[in-house]
Design a protein around this ligand. Structure first.
Ligand SMILES: NC(=O)c1ccc[n+]([C@@H]2O[C@H](COP(=O)([O-])OP(=O)(O)OC[C@H]3O[C@@H](n4cnc5c(N)ncnc54)[C@H](OP(=O)(O)O)[C@@H]3O)[C@@H](O)[C@H]2O)c1
Length: 256
């Protein structure tokens, strides 16, 4: 997709996610500047070099465990300083966790909620403040949520509840911004099955599975227009509509 706007100034929270990296490669080809965050310095350096080779402007890295939410505003300030502005924040970090363990070990349930939801609330709110201050209507905040948040099911309802929280947070933010002049845009990707390291433990294959670059193409388009809810790929909108309206007496017989 061709953009007529100036290259984006992008902060990625969870830049080492397979989908985040694929999205960054597409934006790099448009000359975007980046601040990449993640826990692994070496891998971030490699990604930064790769993005520069693909046409990115400046690329900085910030090594951080994103559970360190006391640093949210400082990271936003650092991004603004490094790029001379900030107009795009991508929130891609997350974990699947272990549902069976979470049912007997409160620490695992807490870990799933902390990574996917409670820390994300801090980062989303800090990003919203930064985009309001520095980008106005050219700002976009994009999050990676999941269709798992559309209806609780036995195989992953702790993770699903965290993603449901994230989706509602983003819907509310989009609703708030819709009532304001010169406000940024909130886009929440509701992802289906994607072949990434996160899903390594799950049997893959078949038409429902997407590749990271399929999602990157959707994210790239969603940064230009659309939202606030973007099912990725699109067919999940209809699958989840069917799943949401299925009565309990039928749903209870389905092993999902
Ligand atoms: N893959 C799917 O089928 C699918 C479906 C629905 C939604 N999603 C969502 O999509 C997003 C991206 O996932 P992905 O599939 O691209 O998986 P991925 O490649 O495994 O990426 C997840 C990334 O999150 C990072 N991360 C986790 N906890 C972190 C923390 N505390 N601080 C900093 N970074 C942290 C991981 O960093 P480390 O390398 O340091 O562990 C990893 O780079 C996630 O939010 C996920 O929930 C994925």
């Amino acid at each position: 997709m061709t953009e007529t706007r100036s290259p984006r100034k992008v902060l990625i929270l969870g830049a080492l996610s397979a989908m985040a990296a694929a999205t960054a490669r597409r934006l790099a080809a448009q000359g975007a500047e980046f601040v990449l965050t993640g826990r692994k310095a070496d891998a971030l350096e490699r990604e930064a070099n790769d993005l520069k080779a693909r046409g990115a402007g400046s690329v900085s890295i910030q090594v951080i465990d994103l559970l360190e939410t006391s640093r949210c505003d400082a990271v936003m300030d650092l991004a603004v300083e490094a790029m001379g502005g900030l107009d795009t924040v991508l929130v891609f970090y997350g974990i699947l966790g272990d549902q069976a363990q979470a049912e007997t070990d409160p620490q695992e349930a807490e870990r799933i909620i902390a990574v996917n939801y409670s820390s994300a609330v801090h980062w989303v709110m800090a990003a919203a403040r930064a985009l309001e201050a520095h980008a106005g209507s050219s700002g976009v905040l994009l999050t990676a949520s999941s269709v798992a948040g559309d209806r609780g099911r036995r195989s992953n309802f702790v993770y699903g509840s965290a993603k449901a929280g994230l989706s509602v947070l983003m819907q509310g933010l989009a609703h708030k911004w819709a009532a304001q002049d010169n406000a940024p845009r909130a886009v929440n990707l509701k992802l289906g099955f994607v072949d990434t390291p996160m899903t390594d433990g799950i049997e893959k294959g078949g038409p429902l599975w997407a590749k990271p670059d399929d999602i990157a193409a959707i994210a790239e388009r969603a940064l230009v227009k659309g939202g606030p809810n973007v099912y990725a790929p699109w067919f999940w909108r209809f699958i989840m509509l069917a799943i949401r309206v299925t009565p309990f007496f039928v749903f209870n017989k389905v092993n999902l």
